[in-house]
Design a binder for this molecule. Sequence first.
Ligand code: DP6
Length: 319
Amino acid sequence: MTESTGQTAIAHTNIALIKYWGKADSALNLPTTSSLSLTLNEYFTKTRVEEAAEDTLLINDLPQDSQRVHDFLNVLREEKGDFSPVKVISENKVPLSAGLASSASSFAALTAAVAKYNGWDLSLEELSRLARRGSGSATRSFFSGFAIWEKGSNDHDSFAHEFNVPDLPIALVVCKISGTVKKVSSSDGMRRAQTSPDYDQWVAESAKQLDEMKQALSQGDLDRVGQLAEANALAMHDLNLTATDRRFTYFNQNTMKVLEQVKVLREKGYLAYATMDAGPNVKIITNQEQAPAIKDFLVERFRKIQFDIATPGPGISYE
Ligand code: DP6
């Protein structure tokens, strides 16, 4: 058999410091707020696209029947022109237990691989715009370091761009708390959070926090970066608790215990702030110098939780 022609792209995942948590248009994945993220070096998805008789998907060697990926390939066909069926082979180096959105790196890598495979010459911003239709957080995984997804107001102006800041020694201590809570998908979680009476207030506050975050990053003020990220994340999770449509929480007991220790770390003089996404795991924002000591402090107290240290990562690349 001759080797199939194909194209491989690698996208790293990202963690939002100012969150995307709500849709203005769920078919187009237009968000209610702009969001800001850090791309991470340690977690990524590598996706190869090859010619095939029909669209198929393989993730970590296992065949998958993902309607979401099939629909997304068809969105790309509608947007950029038809292409023959493809086999999508994806290697996910985002441990599910880390509670980091693997959909971000997956849809970014898939968009980039399909575009290059078809010889489409697209800017990173255009790739970001297209990836949005697969998963909102994927818009931000094309860029190294910090990225801002500008919410825009329609399908054409809602995409991310790089946010350039002077070298910042930011690091995350990722606490891999196992998920014992019932899983609520991001899309469902957002839909429900948007029924909170506090939702509009969160949207308004988020715009202010984004402005302040841009300033804090430009000034290299990591302490302020952490404060803002923690406030934004905690308020996001309050929306879940106050949803009028089936209120819920992603937190479990260990989430609460780790959050408590983040406060203790601060009292001890460490730079430590928490952020959480659609799961029980806590990511602690700190600097690269203090990250190992924070990790050791937590390892001592939580024997059953695993901890990783994550640092700023690169933008999209091809093989
Ligand atoms: C909490 O990008 O997974 O991680 O657009 O429905 O695929 P969909 O949602 P998704 O949501 C991520 C939500 C978050 C915050 C964030 O990454 O901004």
